[in-house]
Design a protein around this ligand. Structure first.
Ligand code: GLC
Ligand code: CA
Length: 554
């Protein structure tokens, strides 16, 4: 067991535009964050991850950066950021920034220079070709866009306004290191590294697999040929500062993740994997299916078993890229029950939990009336890509299920106008359920999702077994209940989560039959936690979406 600080932590993710408006212009900002730091701390988290807060034309809401060393004027100034940072530190919160270096905005100075021509000093900062290959972009049509000024095509794996950087150019890598140092010198504690497994492209950019939409070029840019060299360079910078690095790894497999997480190529402390986010879909927004619990369990267990004793997981069930989890894996009708149960399903796994703004109060998906009301570039594109023979209603319904915008509505602080997010009409729609679902109401209710998250995080923080203990899953094929165990020394925890609306018999592994166990947490308020029970197979029914955590000595 090692004692890296991040293993004992949990993080809160801020997507600032919708977090809290502090200066009354309808847009979330650093003034709002400053005022809410005590609230964040009160959840029991130990750190904040800021989705990008840099200047950006917002083609992809901050993930298209036009200046890496400044703050977007909508959100404040560098001085204000420094105030937030100092206050966060004073409260015992670490702060990590989003490092988005697969691409910039096309409005970044480097790109504006690069497109001027081949003699420009920034000419090779991007990937230019006379003839495009067949790759699709993940967000908007083909991955190549013709630029009149330069008379060549540039590569963009994401939106057109997000040209890919040429990481093979050593100058570009120096820029990345200089960005890292800029923020580390200011005092930030680490980075969340955006689509980091895509930054090295195969030489010659060969054509991708024919007839595979969207991801056809992926074999040539995911975990590309020089990725580990480049990652080692960035790791070195981090080591100068004892900084923390979590990478986003779209489509990553355990096998490829291990190279980033262990051994001589270790370059990240943990990685966000996606398998468990595909228990009701394929690549979140493309293909939808009913939620299948066994897929969720299988994905979680795969990563838990593989990393155990070798590497460390990043745990999450929501972020700014996925619709709200209650609307997907839970039930809006059983919002409180399923929201709390889903918390239990991931917070006690081995790894560092990340909680996304609004998740802690059980925010759910928004359903807007027209595709024109949506803001997200990938939702708009998907809407137009969906089978055109489908009716508008059907296509819109798919957007309701899948859009990233459901995670991007303003945080619901109270039941006043605009959910207390702002005094002015916010930049984006507020979910109409804010009169019932909001922080103020949940603060007052001891049994709210909010207070349940606090209980869970507190329990995790105070138990070495729940942090470091080994993981084991029971009854993996059961389609209704998820049961796992965490064990260390003579302390064990048994975690039981029902994923269904009807009552089901609580499954107990045979070896625990008849044992006395202490119920330390239950998401049904009338159930007495702290009580010692003799647990018998077939003796107890779980209520809809009930979750239980038992502790016992062996
Ligand atoms: C990551 C981000 C996502 C963004 C994409 C392109 O997946 O989380 O929001 O759109 O990268 O930067
Ligand atoms: Ca504002």
């Amino acid at each position: 067991m090692d004692n890296e600080w991040y293993k004992r932590m949990s993080f809160y993710q801020i997507w600032i535009r919708s977090f809290k408006d502090g200066n009354g212009d309808g847009i979330g900002d650093l003034y709002g964050v400053y005022d809410k730091l005590e609230y964040i701390r009160s959840l029991g988290v130990d750190g904040i991850w800021f989705s990008p807060i840099y200047p950006s034309p917002n083609a992809d809401f901050g993930y298209d950066i036009s200046d890496y060393k400044d703050i977007h004027p909508d959100y404040g100034t560098l001085e204000q950021f420094k105030k937030v940072l100092d206050k966060a530190h004073a409260l015992g919160l670490k702060v990590i920034m989003d490092l988005v270096v697969n691409h910039t905005s096309d409005e970044h100075k480097w790109f504006k220079e690069s497109r001027k021509g081949k003699d420009n000093p920034y000419s090779d900062y991007y990937i230019w070709r006379d003839k495009p290959n067949n790759w699709d972009s993940l967000f908007e049509g083909k991955a190549w866009e013709y630029d009149e000024e330069r008379g060549q095509y540039y590569l963009h794996l994401f939106a057109k306004k997000q040209p890919d950087l040429n990481m093979d150019n050593p100058k570009v890598r120096e820029e990345v290191k200089s960005i890292m140092r800029f923020w580390l010198d200011m005092g930030v504690d680490g980075f969340r590294e955006d689509v980091i497994n895509f930054i090295s492209k195969k030489e010659g950019l060969p054509n991708g697999i024919p007839f595979v939409p969207a991801v056809n070029g992926m074999p040539f840019y995911k975990d590309g040929p020089h990725i580990h060299e480049y990652m080692a360079e960035f790791r070195k910078v981090c080591e100068e500062y004892d900084c923390f690095q979590v990478g986003e790894g779209p489509m990553t497999t355990v096998r490829s993740a291990m190279k980033y997480l262990t051994g001589p190529t270790k370059s990240l402390d943990m990685m966000f994997s996606f398998d468990h986010m595909m228990a009701d879909c394929l690549y979140t927004e493309y293909v939808h299916r009913p939620f299948k619990l066994y897929k969720y369990k299988r994905a979680l267990s795969k990563w838990q078993y593989a990393l155990q004793g070798k590497a460390w997981n990043a745990l999450y069930i929501e972020n700014h890229d996925h619709p709200r989890i209650i609307s997907r894996y839970g039930s809006e009708r059983y919002r409180r029950e399923s929201g709390t149960m889903l918390a239990v399903s991931f917070l006690f796994l081995q790894g560092t939990p990340f909680i996304y703004q609004g998740q802690e109060i059980g925010m759910s998906n928004i359903r807007l009336r027209s595709i024109d009301d949506y803001e997200d570039v990938s939702s708009k594109e998907n809407f137009h890509k969906y089978h055109l023979k489908d009716s508008l209603e059907r296509r819109l319904k798919r957007i309701h299920i899948s859009s990233r915008d459901s995670a991007r509505t303003p945080v619901q602080w109270d039941s006043s106008a605009y959910a207390g997010f702002s005094k002015k009409k916010p930049w984006f729609f507020v979910n109409p359920n804010y009169t019932a679902v909001n922080v103020a109401a949940e603060e007052k209710d001891p049994d709210s999702i909010l207070n349940f998250y606090r209980k869970c995080l507190n329990l995790r923080k105070n138990s070495r077994t729940l942090i470091y203990g080994s993981y084991r899953e029971y009854f993996p094929k059961d389609p209704e209940v998820y049961i796992y165990e965490r064990a260390m020394g003579n302390i064990r925890y048994l975690i039981i989560c029902s994923f269904v609306k009807h009552k089901v018999f609580m499954l107990v592994p045979k070896k625990y039959n008849g044992m006395k166990m202490e119920l330390v947490l239950d998401n049904y308020p009338d159930i007495r936690s702290g009580q010692v029970e003799t647990v018998k197979i077939g003796s107890c029914l779980l209520k809809p979406y009930e979750a239980r955590v038992y502790r016992f000595h062996v």
